[in-house]
Design a protein around this ligand. Structure first.
Ligand SMILES: Cc1cc2nc3c(=O)[nH]c(=O)nc-3n(C[C@H](O)[C@H](O)[C@H](O)COP(=O)(O)O)c2cc1C
Length: 370
């Protein structure tokens, strides 16, 4: 029987099992983490208005997304080096995406190659691009994504420089690992993870190496600009999502440039500690871009009720990240499946409490004005 009944259960169990360095890499945020906590607090303090005596027997939590039907109201936000949480994490995420018809974001810094991921995900994968300081290498990645069948490209724009995450820095987190006495002690204290990782081989930046050259996770991407976005929009014929937007002006400009959707996100509070809570930016951006423009949201969603809140504030689709890695670190593939069942049940029960039958019915009317 699973011990995961909430996202915090998954986090607590993962904290016991993962080496401190890996836990702090996943859980960490910019600065002291105040910005990350503030967003979660703002999300939590939003109140939903219950409504009664509507027949809510037949409920659906599926969502239309780029012409497909996602069976869950959330997708998997792109994350680098997922296999650090568990050696088969990428495979399990891809399988979940295929089973539920939800997108799995495949990071430029993924621990499984973009070619393998789209195959395992049976097409339900979106490639996430980090501009790597060099236009040719970005175009080469885009070409690989196109050749392997990706239909959606997610350009992440909120990392001109990798944010300072002190919890990572204190642990000496580097890719590939630099092993010193502190790391050896850390791994020795977490033998289950260490043996499992040793048996399956150290996770690598799988989109690089050999003929694909090197990738430096912390390299500057400060050269990315509107001109680059415009070129990518002109050359990429599929859906283009821009991820990491917190300003209405930026979102409106992207809409005018023909970007298909904007993902409102603070990178889970990992970039600018003083950034405004993304859940509040979502409201302002929705007002600015109008009702019909696709907006996605991630950062700080930790329950089905949070997911419902994201839709109520203005999202057309939601994404989650850390809790999924924690569920796999805690209980493997079963943990991931269990957490998704928890989130699905929580979302569906929240709909029932609000007197609604589908995610589509959620609007600002469900937000209590308190
Ligand atoms: C371990 C980790 C690695 C991440 N790597 C990437 C990445 O490579 N590309 C990207 O666009 N976002 C990355 N993100 C950000 C997530 O996609 C997402 O925006 C963020 O974690 C917010 O969601 P959460 O609060 O549910 O974790 C990463 C997040 C985590 C926790």
């Amino acid at each position: 029987m699973s011990s995961i009944h909430t996202c915090s259960d998954a986090r607590r169990l993962a904290k016991q099992r993962l080496p401190w360095m890996v836990f702090d890499y996943i859980d960490g945020a910019a600065g002291d983490g105040f910005g990350e906590r503030l967003n979660r607090e703002r999300l939590r303090s939003l109140r939903l208005q219950p409504r009664v005596l509507n027949n809510v027997e037949k409920r659906s939590i599926s969502v239309e997304l780029f012409g497909d039907t996602a069976a869950l109201p959330f997708g998997i936000s792109p994350m680098g080096m997922c296999n650090l949480s568990s050696p088969h994490a990428d495979k399990w995420l891809a399988k979940l995406a295929a089973d539920k018809h939800i997108p799995v974001g495949v990071s430029t810094a993924a621990s499984t190659s973009l070619e393998n991921m789209i195959e395992m995900a049976e097409g339900y994968a979106w490639f996430q691009l980090y501009f790597s300081g060099n236009e040719d290498s970005s175009q080469a990645l885009i070409k690989r994504a196109e050749d392997s069948g990706y239909k959606t490209l997610v350009m992440t724009v909120d990392v001109p420089e990798v944010g300072r995450r002190p919890r990572e820095l204190r642990r000496g987190f580097k890719m590939p690992f630099k092993m010193g006495p502190a790391q050896i002690f850390d791994f020795a204290m977490h033998p289950r993870w260490s043996i499992n990782t040793l048996l399956h081989g150290r996770p690598e930046l799988a989109n690089f190496g050999g003929k694909y050259g090197a990738f430096e996770r912390t390299a500057s991407r400060a050269g990315a600009d509107w001109n680059l976005l415009d070129k990518i929009r002109q050359s990429w014929k599929g859906n283009l999502v821009v991820k990491g937007v917190l300003s209405s002006e930026d979102a409106v400009r992207m809409k005018t440039m023909g970007v298909d959707a904007v993902q409102v996100s603070s990178h889970g509070g990992r970039q600018l500690e003083s950034a405004p809570p993304p859940i509040e930016c979502l409201k302002r951006i929705r007002d600015a871009v109008g009702d019909d423009y696709p907006l996605f949201f991630d950062s700080g969603l930790r329950s089905g009720e949070d997911i419902v809140k994201a839709y109520a504030v203005g999202a057309d689709f939601a994404f989650m990240a850390r809790p999924l890695l924690f569920a796999m670190a805690a209980e493997g593939e079963q943990g991931l499946v269990q957490l998704c069942e928890v989130l699905a049940a929580e979302s569906s029960i929240a709909l029932a409490q609000l007197g609604l039958c589908s995610i589509d019915d959620i609007g600002s009317q469900v937000l209590h004005p308190s």
